[in-house]
Write a protein that binds this ligand. Structure first.
Ligand SMILES: Nc1ncnc2c1ncn2[C@@H]1O[C@H](COP(=O)(O)OP(=O)(O)OP(=O)(O)O)[C@@H](O)[C@H]1O
Ligand SMILES: [Mg+2]
Length: 254
């Protein structure tokens, strides 16, 4: 199975106004094919930077970063990306937004349409396919983004706080939907969140990063059961306390 991401002593520096800034301290990371990993850490610790490196948008400053054994040197059609901002084209309908994501694959127009329709159906948006983004709710826009990304069958799916702008109720719906779509496609998912509970309810593995310059400081393997609630997996409560302690060392846990 494809979609194995591996980092060895990967570090990333940017040229700041006052000299180089370390955005990611030397980090080892393994994302096994088909697994769902949540990444959590204080603001500015380098989560998006790590994600951008895996997406091929930011080069490694030192160390190595590979996908299926090959060094990542730039963006690839094997990797899909979903950000917190919806990143849909406002002048395209939902259907055309999904179809646009398939452009570079050399499909016939009929194939493009068929694949885009199937992807929209998977996220429950068939009835809304001719609407423009401005006529869609935040949750619906993010469903279009999910459809657009999964439609081309990426090996790796990078999600940077994808549900951060949604209300709690819509988030729950999106969690169930994401798990369903991911289980069908079995991409390797890296999911950045600030929400410990979201990480615990969605992921197979949770990686916690230190404050800037960030590196991975702790990894948790979670129970495989899904759908998952805090109630039926009490060991999650202990992990939750530990993660909150790591994120806010000075805070007294409640
Ligand atoms: N293109 C860039 N040029 C210079 N510095 C950058 C660049 N991108 C990120 N940084 C710096 O790298 C560090 C890590 O940023 P990053 O955006 O990866 O953090 P983050 O963990 O995603 O934060 P947040 O939780 O707020 O999204 C920060 O100090 C940031 O200012
Ligand atoms: Mg970020």
């Amino acid at each position: 199975m494809k979609g194995h991401v591996s980092a060895r002593q990967l570090s990333i520096r940017f040229e700041g106004r006052d000299g180089p800034v370390t955005a990611l301290a030397p980090t080892d990371l393994d994302l096994k094919p088909g697994t769902f990993t949540a990444l959590i850490g204080p603001s500015g610790c380098g989560k998006s930077t790590l994600m951008n490196a895996i997406g091929g948008f930011v080069p490694a400053s030192s160390g190595s970063l590979t996908l299926d054994g090959e060094e990542i040197t730039g963006p690839s059609e094997k990797v899909g990306v979903i950000f917190q901002q919806y990143a849909l084209f406002p002048w395209f309908t939902a259907l055309d937004n999904v179809r646009f994501g398939l452009k570079r694959f050399g499909l016939s127009r009929a194939e493009e349409t068929a694949r885009a329709m199937a992807a929209l159906e998977e996220v429950g948006l068939t009835a809304h396919r001719d609407k423009y983004p401005q006529a869609l709710s935040g949750g619906m826009k993010q469903r279009v983004a999910i459809a657009r990304t999964f439609a081309f069958g990426p090996e790796v799916m990078l999600m940077d706080e994808p549900f951060g702008a949604l209300d709690a109720q819509t988030r729950l719906i999106m969690h169930a939907l994401l798990i369903r779509v991911w289980q069908k496609h079995k991409a390797t998912v890296l999911f950045v969140t600030h929400d410990v509970d979201e990480a615990l309810l969605l992921a197979d593995h949770v990686h916690v990063m230190s404050a800037a310059p960030g590196r991975l400081i702790r990894q948790y393997d979670l129970p495989q059961s899904r759908p998952r609630t805090m109630r039926d997996a009490p060991e999650l409560l202990d992990i939750r306390e530990e993660i909150i302690g790591l994120l806010h060392p000075a805070a007294v846990s409640v």
